[in-house]
Design a protein around this ligand. Sequence first.
Ligand code: MN
Length: 200
Amino acid sequence: MRYELAPLPYTYEALEPVISKEIMKLHHDKHHAAYVAGANTALEKLEKNRAGELPDLDIKATLRDLSFHVSGHLLHELFWSIMRPVGSEYKPIPALEEAIIKSFGTFEAFQKQFSSVAKSVEGSGWAVLYATPTKELVMMSIEKHNLNHLPAFTPVLALDVWEHAYYLDYRNDRAAYVDKWWSIVNWDEVAKRISEVSVL
Ligand code: MN
C-alpha cells in the first residue's frame, strides 16, 4: 500500500486571517508531504525486509517511524477537513451540540477544556476529540503525532499545535492561535465524522 497527499479542500488563503496562505502552503506542501513520504518509505523498508532485502532492518525503529508518519498524515487529513473559510458564526448542529453536552456538560465547558488541552501540549502535538464505541466523546492531547492515541476511538476533531502550524502568524502566542481557531471549525464535517461511528 502507498499513501498519497490529497490537495487541500480549499485554497491556501481560504483560512485567512486566522491562518495565513504562507503557513498553509508550507504546512500542506512541505510538512504534510513529508509525513506521506515518510510513511511510504517505512512501508517500503518493511516490504523489502519481507522479500529478503534489508535483512538487518531495525524493525523496532522502522515501526516507530511508520507510527509517527502515518499518524501525522492521517491527523493532517482530518485537520484540513474540519476547517472552513471564516464566515458567519455558526455552532454545531443540534444533534452534535447534544452529544457534546451529554459528554461534557455544556458546549462552553467543552470548548474551554479543549482549548486548555491544546494550550498545554508540551512541545509538539495535538488536541484531539474522539468518538468512542460506547457513543461518547472524549478529548486527549497527543504528543508528536502518535503518542497517547486511544485505541479503537475515532478522532473527529483535531487541532495542530506544532509550532509549524502557527509560528509564522502568532510567534510564541499559541493561546491566541487556539482562541482564533474556533472561528474556522467546520462543525458540519465534525458531525459527519461522528455520525459515521454512530455516536449521533
Ligand atoms: Mn502540522
